[in-house]
Design a protein around this ligand. Structure first.
Ligand code: G6P
Length: 489
């Protein structure tokens, strides 16, 4: 594609997400060190052809002084990132409060936090006001950097108010919004005091995307039942304005995992791990330490498996990597203590002088260590109580071409819709069923493992993150902004 100045034309894309894909650490008054976190979204966008993407988001740090803000803005510009500065109070009310204490549990069917339900109900309005203020701050930064012809892609539950703010600024902006979590049944969404305002704001976008068809269907039902609008196979119609709603299942950059497994350092780590766990089958869980991931349910099921299968006691180990997250939110602090207590009990019951059956780490691993671990695993356990997609299941499959291990996967993860035929699907609330699946997985015939792995591997390597981003961006490009139709008429 050639632009007017005969240089190759690239579509400018502004990606707006709560968090920038960079961690920033202050080294001095004007000095910052930045570390890129090569998460799924970053690699997805790197793979999109003819797109020139810039990121707009919160850098995850409080920078109260102008000198620090200027220096960080300059440093981030070298990584194509633009910061939104949020002060401590707004982070507390918007991010810890409305996003992570209200929307997150509700969208995952967990309801409001049990003990402080009334307190949350009381502080609801002030948190929602902070949410709207924060979204407006994101919109202001987007507007400062927007140029005619840009396409804007907003991400996730933090920014449901953003499409409306952007269209109010300029109705010709082409705006897409994608939700990375489930969108719950309309009966759940109905309980939110701000239910209508949020839906109307999302509908201001031109294209609205979800990981699965079910989430898209729930969203359309919420719009028809709560707002009384018309749902069509294309999306939602409001007085002649059409918002396209569709499913765009995300994937991973499977080549990145394949390449990593070829590296000598990763091969070395694989050898070390094999030696370390010789004589034992390795089971693996990798999750953020979040209540949606069903970590207590997973380890209780493992305990049940050990109770019922004494002959396996010294022949299996469950390695649980639990990455700390949102540590300022009390619910997450409680979960950490709860998990530690169960882990202690299980190891006390089933450990011997030579080893324990459960290795639990409260930390993240670097990419190469993770790839090596995936490669030596016999059985991966994903027991999310609800999960938008769950890419750990994809990453495990991508690293299993040699071993052809078994994936035990919660039926409540979006990934169950794509990897269901190859995985052993379980209801994580039913620990007897999960314990039985652990036995089935550990004793599965190699031919059966091979068949299941082949199915999943084909999916993971075909439906990649790049394909996901490419499809969303092209579809967004193809939507005709309502304001433009009106101008033409
Ligand atoms: C989920 C959300 C993301 C979020 C991530 C980490 O995957 O969908 O938007 O960035 O969790 O959570 P955090 O609160 O640390 O950004």
């Amino acid at each position: 594609c050639i632009g007017r100045d005969r240089t190759p034309f690239k579509q400018r894309l502004l990606v707006v997400a709560n968090r920038l894909p960079v961690s920033a650490i202050r080294r001095g008054e004007e000095s910052w060190s930045l570390e890129i976190s090569a998460g799924g979204l970053v690699s997805a966008l790197l793979g999109v052809r003819d797109v020139d993407a810039k990121w707009i988001g919160w850098a995850g740090v409080n920078v109260p002084d102008e000198v620090g803000q200027k220096a960080l803005t300059k440093a981030l510009a070298t990584k194509r990132c633009i910061p939104v500065f949020l002060d401590e109070e707004i982070v507390h009310q918007y991010y810890n409060g409305y996003c992570n204490n209200i929307l997150w549990p509700l969208f995952h069917y967990l309801g409001l936090p049990q003990e402080d339900r009334l307190a949350t109900t009381r502080s609801f309005q002030s948190q929602f006001d902070a949410y709207k203020r924060a979204n407006q701050m994101f919109a202001d930064v987007v507007s400062q950097h927007y140029e005619e012809g840009d396409v804007i892609w907003c991400h996730d539950y933090h920014l449901m108010f953003l499409p409306k703010c952007l269209k109010e600024h300029d109705r010709n902006m082409k705006v897409g919004w994608f939700l990375h979590t489930p969108f719950p049944s309309s009966e759940i969404h109905r309980t939110l005091p701000s239910r209508s305002e949020l839906l109307r704001s999302v509908l201001a976008a031109d294209l609205v995307g979800f990981h699965t068809y079910d989430y898209a269907r729930h969203f359309v039902s919420a719009c028809t039942r709560i707002l009384g609008l018309e749902g069509t196979p294309e999306g939602v119609e409001d007085q002649g304005k059409m918002t396209r709603v569709a499913a765009f299942p995300i994937g991973i950059d499977s080549d990145r995992f394949r390449r990593a497994l070829e590296l000598p350092t990763v091969k070395e780590r694989i050898c070390e791990l094999k030696k370390r766990f010789a004589g034992r089958k390795v089971m693996l869980g990798v999750d953020r330490l979040d209540m949606i991931k069903g970590i207590p349910q997973k380890i209780l099921a493992f305990e049940k498996f050990l109770e019922e299968n004494p002959s396996w006691h010294d022949k299996v180990v469950l390695l649980q990597i639990a990455v700390p997250t949102r540590t300022d939110v009390p619910e997450y602090q409680k979960l950490t203590s709860q998990v530690h207590e169960i882990v202690g009990r299980i190891n006390g019951r089933f450990g011997t002088l030579t080893g324990v059956p459960l290795l639990h780490l409260d930390r993240s691993l670097d990419f190469h260590a993770l790839c090596a671990l995936y490669a030596v695993t016999d059985v991966a356990l994903v027991t999310s109580l609800r999960d938008g997609m769950n890419l750990v299941s994809y990453e495990f499959v991508a690293c299993q071409n040699a071993k052809k291990g078994v994936l035990i996967l919660s039926e409540f993860a979006g990934a169950a819709q794509s990897l269901g035929a190859g995985a052993l699907l379980v209801n994580p609330w039913n620990i007897t069923e999960v314990a039985n699946s652990i036995f089935t997985a550990l004793t599965m015939h190699p031919d059966e493992r091979e068949k299941r792995h082949r199915h999943n591997f084909a999916h993971v390597t075909t439906h990649t993150a790049q394909e996901w981003a490419q499809t969303f961006v092209s579809e967004l490009n193809d939507t005709v902004v309502e304001a433009q139709i009106r101008t033409r008429q």
